[in-house]
Structure formats: structure tokens, C-alpha cells
Design a protein around this ligand. Sequence first.
Ligand SMILES: Nc1ncnc2c1ncn2[C@@H]1O[C@H](COP(=O)(O)OP(=O)(O)OP(=O)(O)O)[C@@H](O)[C@H]1O
Length: 184
Amino acid sequence: MSALLTCEDIALVRGGRLLFEQLSLSLQPGGALQVAGPNGCGKSSLIRLVAGLLRPTAGRLERAAATLADEGLALDRELPLIRALAFWGMPRLSEAMAAFALNDLAEVPVRLLSTGQARRARLARVMASGAPLWLLDEPLNGLDRTGRDELDRAVADHRASGGAVLAASHVPLSGDWSMLELGR
Ligand SMILES: Nc1ncnc2c1ncn2[C@@H]1O[C@H](COP(=O)(O)OP(=O)(O)OP(=O)(O)O)[C@@H](O)[C@H]1O
């Protein structure tokens, strides 16, 4: 099976600072890699780079279709949640609504969601997209115990069906993750 993500000798300079260089990694179907390290070491920048929002200063990157969950919700705040998600033409929308316990909130306008509900919605958007590569920036932020369990299950199911996950997180993620420490 071919890799869903390959980075070879990547370097990134941001704000005049070299964040990392000669960084190589690959994610196979079923793989999961957690990026850890101190504040400002470049975890979010690496996720954004893989998402295609930043250009590497050096190196080569190849990846399958990916979807990103970062600080932004990327949903129309005025629309009911279900319509805001459907706007993106999501192939796995009903599955994702159920996986993150959002069915009772389907008709609630996005702007009225609580912080944790909005965090679950952004993870549902990733799952609903059907993309094989998930890019998650601090996915546990704002999630309660139930939300964390939902995320664990969604990640495990995604991996079991041949997907892969790259996540930046300060705190350990449950399950079997490879680790990449930046800033060392
Ligand atoms: N838009 C930007 N322009 C220039 N430099 C930036 C920009 N955004 C972030 N940086 C810098 O890039 C470096 C890495 O930031 P990044 O957000 O990737 O770190 P992080 O490891 O995710 O941090 P944290 O743990 O605090 O979330 C920091 O020095 C930051 O100041």
C-alpha cells in the first residue's frame, strides 16, 4: 500500500525563525503520528504545512487528500449546524453527526453552539469529509470526557478503515500513536 503522507528533508522558516529542518516522515494507511513539543516549536506550522497552507522552505511533500481541523470552525455561523456541514458536500455526514453526538444539535445555528459543541462539530466536519488523511491541531482542546471518547473511537475507526492521522497535541492522545518531538 502506498503512503498517505511523505515528507522528505522538509525545512520551514517562519517569522524569520528556522522552526525545523531535515524533517522526514511518512504515514501509511492505518498510521497515526502525534507532533509534540513546547509552545512555539512549530507543531501548528507543521500541520498547516501538510495541509498546504504554508510552503516548505526546503524539501518535498506528497500526500493524499487531507482535511484539517484547526482553531477555525470553517462553518457558516448563521446556518443550522446540519446545513452548515452539508454546504461542504460531505459524503459521510450522517455517520459523523452520530459519531460526535450532534444529531440533537442539527437545527441549532452554528453561532449558538457552546465551545465544546463547536469543537465536536469541527471534528465531525473532518470525519464527514471522507478524506483519507486527517490533520488535527490540538484536537482535545475544549472536549469533555465524552467528546474525547468520541474522538478516540472516530480515530480508531478511521485507522481501521485505512485512513491516517497527523495530530499536534500538548497532551498525550489515547491509543497507539507514533511520536514526533519538535524543538529538541
Ligand atoms: N503568521 C505567522 N507569521 C510569522 N510567524 C508566525 C506566524 N504564526 C506563527 N508564527 C511563529 O511560528 C513559530 C511556531 O508557531 P506554531 O504556532 O507553529 O507553534 P506551536 O508549536 O503550535 O505552538 P503552541 O504550542 O503555542 O500552539 C512561533 O515562533 C510563532 O511566533
